[in-house]
Design a protein around this ligand. Structure first.
Ligand SMILES: Cc1cc2nc3c(=O)[nH]c(=O)nc-3n(C[C@H](O)[C@H](O)[C@H](O)COP(=O)(O)O)c2cc1C
Length: 227
């Protein structure tokens, strides 16, 4: 039972979920797993347009994620403007070229080989939308003082996961992209100092002739321990 004083001071709503049969639960858990297992990171996009309302719904879904003290410490910047996409591509490729040529360790480059990535990022112009996820380190209170958010990294990571799942569920594809370092995005998108770039996610349809690496995912025995 909830504390009476708490309910008086803060609004609460009753929350229930229907209890499913074991069979239905099993069936739903398998079908969701299979749906998610077919998600792939795509690096070859079509320039086919996607309705903006779809993107808005994907972002609303991302923002249903849990967050530390419900601060929802995220901002999603959506870039459709070809000129801004071009600026982002140029800046990202500049950083990535330096990374691939001198900043990444030989182990890292070796690990990337099967993915076939290099510093060239044409998808930053081809994809109809670039969603840049920013984490909000703090907020400004009404008196102008800084107010820290909590577990920002974890919260924004979960929201980004919801976003990737929503994109996939809508029949679209994405890439989780981290041009390194990403600070240029703050400048290009004119973001305030309390926001730090977290991920750059191109969204759209795959190119007609799209290929992805034939990777294998770890089995249950390698990722979990039951006690
Ligand atoms: C945090 C993070 C950063 C990533 N950064 C990049 C990136 O900068 N460029 C890229 O091509 N892929 C990037 N990826 C995508 C991974 O390479 C990809 O998720 C992995 O190879 C598994 O493939 P899948 O997403 O198709 O399952 C990133 C993924 C994550 C989770």
């Amino acid at each position: 039972m909830l504390d009476k004083k708490l309910i008086e001071d803060h609004p609460y709503i009753s929350y229930t979920k229907p209890i499913l049969s074991d069979e239905e639960m099993l069936e739903r858990s398998i079908s969701f797993y299979e749906a998610m297992d077919s998600r792939r990171s795509v690096r070859e996009f079509s320039n086919r347009a996607v309705p903006r309302e779809v993107i808005e719904n994907l972002l609303k879904t991302a923002s249903t994620a849990p967050s530390g003290a419900h601060k929802q410490p995220w901002t999603f910047c959506v870039v459709e403007n070809p000129e801004i996409k071009k600026q982002i591509r140029i800046a990202a490729e500049e950083e990535e070229q330096q990374s691939y040529e001198s900043r990444m360790s030989s182990d890292w480059l070796e690990d990337l080989k099967p993915l076939g990535t290099d510093w060239r990022k044409p998808f930053l112009e081809t994809a109809p939308y670039l969603i840049i996820v920013f984490r909000r380190i703090y907020e400004f209170a009404t008196d102008g003082k800084k107010k820290n958010n909590y577990y920002v990294q974890e919260s924004v990571g979960i929201a980004a996961g919801f976003l990737l799942a929503a994109i996939h569920n809508a029949g679209l594809v994405s890439l989780t992209h981290t041009p390194s370092p990403m600070n240029f995005l703050t400048k290009t998108l004119n973001r305030p100092e309390n926001e730090k770039p977290f991920l750059l996610i191109p969204v759209g349809y795959p190119a007609e002739d799209c290929w992805v690496p034939d990777i294998q995912r770890k089995g249950l025995e390698d990722i979990c321990v039951f006690y």
